[in-house]
Design a protein around this ligand. Structure first.
Ligand code: NAD
Ligand code: ZN
Length: 341
């Protein structure tokens, strides 16, 4: 089958031919329909330090997808051939304490589809049936193909009660922008998002941000004054991984504020701990999506009228993958979809 793979330890990805994956007795064989390009795939494309340490070569990558069930192992129940599915990319062990308690997102032995094992940028993908998630008819292929990052946004945004709260989102990447729409949908008052990229800030504005602030030339505290926010933000969602953005968030939080951290900063990032301690901030790290509460919430949010479709800005046939990656690398894109049919 056709697959988009890292064939040598260097930047880029190549279209290649690989054997069909074997289907174990608890596995599902999925025929891929559409995939989306993740920020992680860009790290892998660029072959940065993290990728060099993490990605086996040769291997095909990718973990944002929608497809249809094309086969299944003898033990699999609850799925039908032809059914549309996406899948949770974190494969958990099933035997650690958190897994046994149903807190699969906290599994200490998690491995990643398209990161530690063969991915979804291929005609077929095999995953444990446990990880597959059925897609209802009223959710489009496009939206289903971005459930992985949409799930990051939902998991982070729903970590704290947002009803009537003023929310700061740092980082208008695809995940931060989707978080804007979610926060507004569930009843936040002001949702302010920051970035240094005007294209992305414009998209965030279209998706409901009260203010989209370019911190390279605008003062966040002045924006807060304009909005009559005299005390500070109630909830912060850090979605940039940028240390300066995180520090600015800590400075502008109200006392007793709640902060969820999704962005991945350099491990030696320093902050002013006095902001955390004397403000009594509550800080929560977010990894992936809750299995599978986040997935049910995603469907329910869409079915209750949340529209995240403007985040999808580009479509390409899979053979045009280089254009797709170029769009992502340009910073002038939201989500980029590759069609495998
Ligand atoms: P992205 O890289 O597309 O977006 C990050 C944005 O932050 C960019 O638009 C960038 O311009 C912006 N930024 C840079 N400096 C800034 C500053 N000083 N203030 C505000 N914004 C600034 O990333 P994404 O795909 O949307 O993901 C968001 C973050 O979440 C990334 O750090 C990613 O690595 C991380 N992530 C974490 C998980 C997890 O499970 N914890 C999962 C997926 C992604
Ligand atoms: Zn586990």
């Amino acid at each position: 089958m056709k697959a988009l793979a890292k064939l040598k330890a260097a930047p880029g990805l190549e279209m290649t031919d690989v054997p069909l994956p074997e289907v174990g007795h608890n596995d599902l064989l999925i025929k891929i329909v559409k995939t989306a390009i993740c920020g992680t795939d860009i790290h892998i494309w660029n072959w940065d330090e993290w990728s060099q340490k993490t990605i086996p070569v040769p291997m095909h990558v990718g973990h944002e997808y929608v497809g249809v069930v094309a086969g299944m192992g003898s033990e699999v129940q609850g799925f039908k051939i032809g059914q549309r599915v996406s899948g949770e990319g974190h494969i958990t062990c099933g035997y650690c304490r958190n897994c046994r308690a149903g807190r699969r997102h906290l599994c200490r032995n998690t491995t990643g589809v398209g990161v530690n094992r063969e991915g979804a940028f291929a005609e077929y993908l095999v995953i444990p049936a446990f990880n597959a998630f059925p897609i209802p008819d009223d959710v489009s292929d496009d939206l289903a193909s971005i459930f992985d990052p949409f799930g990051n946004a939902v998991h982070t945004a729903l970590s704290f009660n947002l009803v009537g709260e003023d929310v700061l989102i740092t980082g208008a990447g695809p995940i931060g922008i989707m978080a804007v729409a979610i926060a507004k949908h569930v009843g936040a008052r002001h949702v302010v998002i920051t970035d240094v990229n005007d294209y992305r800030l414009d998209l965030a504005k279209k998706m409901g941000a009260t203010r989209a602030v370019n911190v390279a030339r605008e003062d966040l505290k002045a924006v807060m004054q304009e909005l009559h926010m005299t005390e500070g933000f109630d909830v912060g969602l850090e979605m940039s991984g940028n240390p300066q953005a995180f520090r600015q968030m800590l400075e502008t939080m109200n006392h007793g504020g709640k902060v969820a951290l999704l962005g991945i900063p350099p491990s030696n990032t320093a902050i002013d701990w006095n902001q955390v301690i004397f403000k009594g901030l509550e800080i929560k790290g977010i990894y992936g999506r809750e299995m599978f509460e986040t997935w049910y919430k995603m469907v329910a949010l869409i079915q209750s009228g949340l529209d995240i479709s403007p985040i999808i800005t580009h479509h390409f046939k899979v053979d045009e993958f280089e254009q797709g990656f170029a769009a992502m690398l340009s910073g002038q894109s939201g989500k980029v979809i590759l069609d495998w049919r």
